[in-house]
Design a protein around this ligand. Structure first.
Ligand code: PRX
Length: 712
C-alpha cells in the first residue's frame, strides 16, 4: 500500500485567481515521508491485506475484527441495526462488561504486569506502578463502595470531577463494572461547569479530589464541589453524596470544610470494603458506558453518550492498529483523561489491550521543558501521544531538550488540532530523533475513536495531513448544497462520514433532537430512511481531500475567516507565520471590516532570545503574503508576550478576536493565564487607537461570530 500511495501524483498546489474554496487550501501539499523500517517490521498492521478486510464492500461485518479483541459473555446476532437510523445499534444481542475486559482478563493471565504507571508532577515523588492484579482489587473495592455506600445501580449516572491521578480510571472502571454511567468533567473546568453537567446528567453522586499539583502548586479542588452543587441545585438537581479522594491520603489539602452527612473521605470509607469483590454486570452491547460533555455552538454543553460494546471494540481496534500498541509496550498519552482522548486512548483502549499506560499528573513543562523526555527515558516509553499545542509549547521552551535524553520512541501520535508542517518536522526530527513513525489522528468527542489517520506501518506520513480515513470509515466532502466535491479537486468542503461505525456516539444525553439537527439533518434527504447511506454524519469540520485520499483538516467550519468572500483556514495562515524563524506561536483572528467583510489579524509570540520589532512583524506579514496571497495579509501583526490559553493549552482565539474587535472578552476566569488578557488588550487597543482603527459597534450577528470564534 505504501508504494501504491507513493506512486500516485500528489495534487497540484492550489494557485491564486481560482475559486473561493480553492483559496482555502494554500497550505502546500507536502511530500511523503516513509516510516522507519524498524517500525514497519514490528507493526501490528504491516500486511496490506488488512485494507482489503476493511474495504467498503465488507461493511459492517469488517468491524467483527475489532469486537473479537474483546471477551464477550454472549455473542451478538446483528452487527449493525439501522432500524432507527441514525440512532444506530452495534453488536445487538451481544453482552459484555468493560471493566472485565480492561482488568479481570489481564489480571487472570498476568497479575503482576503493570497496568498503570502514575507520575506525580513533583519530580522527587516516586512513580507508582499499579499491576493488573492490584488494579482489579482497587476496582472491586471501589465498585463495592459505589454499590453499598452510595446505592448506585446499573443505568444511574455519576459525575466525576477528577484530575490526572490513577484513582480516576479506578472510578471509571468501577462504574463500568456495575453498569453505572460515568460522566467525568475535566478537572480544570470550574465548579459551575461541573454543576451544569451534574444537573444535565441527573447525577446524585459527585466524586472529586481535595487538590492536585499543577505547575508546582497544590490547588484547592474540593472548593469546586461546593460551587458545583450550588449550580446543580439552582438547576434543580440535588446531590446526596460527595466522595472526596485525598491526593495524599490522610492529609486534607483543601480549606473548604467537609459537609457533615454529605461529604466523605474515600480513604476513610474504603477499608470497609477491603477484599470485597463485585461480579461484573453483563451489559448489553448497546448499554451506555459513559457521557462526555463537549461544547457546541450554543451555550449548553452536549453530553455525548457512548456505548459499551461498539465503543470498546472501536477503541481497542484503533489502539491496536493506529497507536500500534502491543501488550509489552510502554505507552504514554500526555492528554487529560477529562477529555475524550484520555477516555479512549489512556484508559479504555490501552487497558482493553492489556498494555501499560502512563498517567502524568501535571503540565508538560514543569519544572522545565525537559520533563517529558526525562519521563520517557526513565520509564522507557516507546509510544508517545500528545497534541500539537503541547508540541509547540515544548518546542518553544526547549527546542533542543530532547537531545539531552536517551529515550527511543517507535511511534508518536498527535491529536486535536491540525499540526503545521513546520511543527510536525520538529516533532519528527527532534522529539522522534528521526526514528519514529508519526500518526496524526483526526477525530472528535462525538466519534469515540479515530476518523482520519495513516496506518503507520502501511501508509506514508505527509506532514500537515492526517492521512486517509481510517479502516472502515468512508469520508466524503460535500459543499453547502450537498454536492460531492471530488478528491484531488483542490476545493475545500464540509467533511462528512458516509457510514456509521462502532465508536460513534449514540445520542446527546436527553436531547435526541439536537443529535439529529447538529450532525445529521444537513445532508439527509429522506428523514424516514432506514438506510445508513441516507444519513451522512456532518463533522462540522472543513477539509480538503487530495488525489491520494489524504485529508487536510482546515478546522471547524466556524474557524474559517471569510475575507472578501474568500474562505481562509486560520491554520494555514498560522502555519505560514510559524515558518518565520523568530515565531513560536501564532493565532489568526477575524476583524470586522466594512469593505471586505472580515480581515485577518495575527497574534504571534516569539521564541526565547528574540525581541519584538517592526521588522519581525513585517516579516510575518510578508510571509503570509507570499505563502498564501494578499487576500490573507493581516491588517495588523501583534507581537504579544503570551497568548491567552485554556488550562489544556489551547489558544483562546475568541478572547483575542474580541480584543481586536473592541468587544467584551467575556469570562476569562477559567484560563490558565487570565492576567495576560488585560495586558494584551491594553497593548493592542492603544495601538489601534493610535492608528485610527477603533472598531464601530458590531451588529448582533457579528458579535456572536467574534465571541464564539474558534470555539468548537
Ligand atoms: O476540528 C477538529 C479538531 O478538533 C475537533 C474535535 O475536538 P474535540 O471534540 O475536542 O476532540 C479532540 C480530540 C479528538 C475536530 O472537529 N481536530 C481533532 N483532531 C484533529 C483536529 N484537527 C486537525 N487534525 C487533527 N488531528
Amino acid at each position: 500500500m505504501a508504494e501504491e500511495v507513493q506512486g500516485q501524483a500528489a495534487e497540484a498546489p492550489a494557485t491564486s485567481g481560482v475559486s473561493e474554496s480553492q483559496i482555502a487550501v494554500h497550505w502546500r501539499e507536502e511530500d511523503y515521508i516513509q516510516p522507519p523500517a524498524s517500525f514497519v517490521s514490528q507493526a501490528n498492521a504491516n500486511d496490506p491485506a488488512i485494507l482489503e478486510r476493511f474495504s467498503e464492500d465488507k461493511f459492517p461485518e469488517c468491524f467483527k475484527e475489532y469486537a473479537d479483541l474483546l471477551s464477550w459473555d454472549q455473542t451478538w446476532h446483528t452487527t449493525l441495526d439501522t432500524s432507527n437510523a441514525p440512532f444506530y445499534k452495534w453488536f445487538v444481542g451481544g453482552r459484555l462488561n468493560a471493566s472485565y475486559n480492561c482488568v479481570d482478563r489481564h489480571a487472570a493471565a498476568n497479575p503482576d504486569k503493570t497496568a498503570i504507571v502514575f507520575v506525580s508532577e513533583i519530580e522527587s515523588d516516586e512513580h507508582v506502578h499499579i499491576s493488573y492484579g492490584e488494579l482489579l482489587r482497587q476496582v472491586n473495592e471501589f465498585a463495592a463502595l459505589l454499590r453499598d455506600f452510595c446505592g448506585l445501580k446499573t443505568g444511574d449516572r455519576v459525575t466525576l470531577h477528577m484530575p490526572m491521578v490513577p484513582e480516576l480510571p479506578v472510578v471509571m472502571l468501577a462504574c463500568a463494572r456495575l453498569g453505572v454511567i460515568h460522566s467525568e468533567v475535566f478537572g480544570g473546568f470550574s465548579g459551575a461547569a461541573a454543576g451544569s453537567r451534574i444537573s444535565d446528567s441527573g447525577s446524585r453522586v459527585l466524586i472529586t479530589m481535595d487538590g492536585y499539583y499543577r505547575a508546582g502548586k497544590m490547588g484547592d479542588h474540593k472548593v469546586k464541589a461546593d460551587e458545583a452543587l450550588e449550580m446543580a441545585a439552582k438547576e434543580g438537581q440535588e446531590v446526596d453524596k460527595v466522595l472526596v479522594w485525598r491526593r495524599r491520603p490522610g492529609e486534607y489539602q483543601s480549606k473548604t470544610p467537609m459537609v457533615e452527612g454529605r461529604d466523605f473521605f474515600i480513604d476513610e470509607l474504603l477499608p470497609r470494603y477491603a477484599g470485597q469483590t463485585v461480579e461484573p454486570v453483563s451489559m448489553p452491547a448497546e448499554a451506555p458506558l459513559f457521557l462526555m460533555y463537549t461544547s457546541g455552538t450554543t451555550g449548553r454543553p452536549k453530553g455525548c453518550q457512548h456505548s459499551t460494546g461498539g465503543y470498546l471494540s472501536y477503541v481497542a481496534g484503533t489502539s491496536k492498529y493506529y497507536l500500534d500498541i502491543h501488550p509489552d509496550d510502554m505507552y504514554w498519552c500526555m492528554a487529560d483523561i477529562g477529555w475524550i482522548t484520555g477516555h479512549s486512548y489512556i484508559v479504555y483502549g490501552p487497558l482493553a489491550l492489556g498494555t501499560t499506560t502512563v498517567i502524568y499528573e501535571g503540565v508538560p513543562n514543569y519544572p522545565d521543558g525537559g520533563r517529558p523526555w526525562r519521563i520517557a527515558e526513565q520509564l522507557r516509553v516507546n509510544i508517545f501521544h500528545t497534541s500539537p499545542t503541547a508540541i509547540r509549547m515544548l518546542r518553544k521552551v526547549g527546542p533542543e531538550e530532547p537531545r539531552k535524553y536517551n529515550y527511543h520512541f517507535k511511534s508518536m501520535t498527535t491529536v486535536g488540532e491540525p499540526i503545521e508542517p513546520e511543527v510536525w518536522r520538529w516533532y519528527f526530527t527532534e522529539v522522534g530523533k528521526g526514528g519514529a513513525a508519526i500518526t496524526d489522528t483526526w477525530w472528535q468527542t462525538e466519534n469515540g475513536g479515530f476518523l482520519g489517520a495513516t496506518l503507520p506501518g502501511l501508509q506514508p506520513m505527509k506532514p500537515g495531513s492526517c492521512g486517509p480515513s481510517v479502516l472502515g470509515i468512508q469520508a466524503v466532502l460535500y459543499d453547502e448544497e450537498g454536492n460531492e466535491i471530488p478528491k484531488g479537486s483542490g476545493k475545500a468542503g464540509n467533511i462528512c462520514i458516509r457510514n456509521p461505525w462502532p465508536g460513534i456516539f449514540q445520542t446527546i444525553w436527553g436531547d435526541p433532537e439536537r443529535f439529529l439537527s447538529t450532525y445529521f439533518r444537513k445532508y439527509n434527504k429522506n428523514p424516514d430512511s432506514k438506510d445508513w447511506r441516507d444519513w451522512p454524519y456532518f463533522t462540522n469540520d472543513g477539509a480538503v481531500i487530495a488525489a491520494d485520499a489524504y485529508i487536510r483538516i482546515l478546522g471547524r467550519v466556524d474557524d474559517v475567516i471569510n475575507v472578501a468572500g474568500h474562505r481562509l483556514g486560520t491554520k494555514e495562515i498560522e502555519s505560514a507565520a510559524l515558518t518565520v524563524p523568530e515565531v513560536a506561536e501564532a493565532a489568526a483572528v477575524p476583524v470586522v471590516d466594512d469593505v471586505r467583510g472580515r480581515v485577518v489579524e495575527m497574534y504571534v509570540s516569539l521564541k526565547p532570545g528574540f525581541e519584538a520589532s517592526d521588522e519581525v512583524a513585517a516579516k510575518v506579514s510578508q510571509t503570509i503574503d507570499t505563502t498564501i496571497g494578499k487576500i490573507a495579509r493581516p491588517k495588523n501583526v501583534w507581537i504579544v508576550a503570551d497568548m491567552p490559553k485554556t488550562r489544556s493549552g489551547k489558544i483562546m482565539r475568541r478572547v483575542i478576536a474580541s480584543v481586536s474587535n473592541f468587544t467584551e472578552v467575556g469570562d476569562v476566569s477559567t484560563l490558565a493565564n487570565p492576567e495576560i488578557v488585560e495586558q494584551v488588550r491594553e497593548q493592542v487597543q492603544t495601538a489601534k487607537r493610535e492608528r485610527g482603527q477603533e472598531q464601530r459597534e458590531l451588529t448582533e450577528t457579528e458579535q456572536h461570530e467574534i465571541k464564539s470564534f474558534g470555539e468548537s
